[in-house]
Design a binder for this molecule. Structure first.
Ligand SMILES: NC(=O)c1ccc[n+]([C@@H]2O[C@H](COP(=O)([O-])OP(=O)(O)OC[C@H]3O[C@@H](n4cnc5c(N)ncnc54)[C@H](OP(=O)(O)O)[C@@H]3O)[C@@H](O)[C@H]2O)c1
Length: 253
């Protein structure tokens, strides 16, 4: 009998950890494969719930191959795939090192696409894919240029395959939060506290995402700030949105 599992990347982080917690409560999921690099954090996760199967994998190198091997060995019924691991860089693009440039493309774009590709043969009717994009996919963001462009890729890819997979009754949802209270965000810059407008807790993102994906929605936008930002970016010329963005983040870069 194939085990009904969920796979969550970036499971040791703020949003991923909350996905693991919530999915463990689902009766129809037997195992939650929690993927991350940090072995200590993975061990702490394992003690939270007996459904959790920690998988140490660096997705910037050979991690996808390791997961691919595990999937073909265990041949599970993948009910939920959460592509959550992601990375970013805030600052001028020209200061980025070659490896940072490659890592953002790899972790934020190629890895989720490859994981979906290897998981689809193991997904059946009712299976769900959740791709954690961002509200920064709503417009170009100077000084967050690669991150925001990578999240546009993930959002559009996600919505497109959701349409393609309708015939198999599998859904793909692009999750687009604004600022979320996790370890990803730096809290101070040159001694002064950084303020993040409309920052929300990871549970708000995760609860809405799981609800929206269960309803078959191709996008999930949690919180008033991200919803407003999405609307504002649609009705305002991009050069105006970009110059406002630059003014708001200048002191932090
Ligand atoms: N926080 C925000 O304001 C915000 C807003 C919108 C969207 N998002 C998106 O939400 C997702 C989760 O972010 P978060 O805020 O929860 O960040 P976080 O707390 O920093 O967690 C990031 C997670 O990604 C994992 N990860 C990073 N590089 C990895 C790699 N090379 N291989 C495997 N795992 C790797 C980390 O695992 P280890 O620690 O074990 O290495 C960690 O579990 C990201 O895609 C991010 O872009 C965040």
């Amino acid at each position: 009998m194939m085990k009904r599992i969920a796979v969550v990347t970036g499971a040791t982080g703020g949003i991923g950890g909350m996905f693991v917690k919530r999915i463990c409560l689902m009766d129809d999921i037997e195992e939650v494969w929690a993927i991350g690099r940090n072995k200590d954090k993975l061990e702490r996760l394992r003690s939270q719930d007996q459904k959790i199967v920690p998988v140490a994998a660096d997705l910037s190198s050979d991690g996808v191959e390791a997961i691919c091997g595990l999937i073909s060995e265990k041949s599970p019924d993948i009910r939920i795939l959460v592509n959550n691991a992601g990375t970013g860089y805030m600052g001028p693009f020209e200061r980025m090192e070659k490896k940072q440039v490659a890592d953002i493309c790899r972790l934020n774009c190629s890895v989720p696409s490859e994981l979906i590709s290897i998981s689809l043969p193991y997904m059946h009717e009712g299976a769900r894919i959740l791709n954690i994009s961002s509200a920064s996919s709503f417009q170009p963001n100077p000084y967050l240029a690669m991150y925001s462009a990578s999240k546009v890729y993930l959002k559009n890819f996600s919505r497109a395959i959701n349409a393609e997979l309708k015939s198999r009754k599998i859904t793909a949802t692009a999750v687009c939060p604004g600022w979320v209270d996790t370890g990803m965000l730096p809290r101070t810059k040159a001694g002064s506290k950084i303020k993040y407008a409309g920052m929300i807790a990871p549970e708000i993102v995760v609860d809405k995402a799981l609800k929206d994906s269960a309803r078959g929605k191709d996008m999930s936008v949690p919180g008033v700030f991200a919803k407003y930002f999405r609307f504002y970016s649609k009705i305002t010329p991009a050069n105006i949105v970009m110059s406002q963005w630059i003014r708001s983040i200048r002191k932090y870069i």
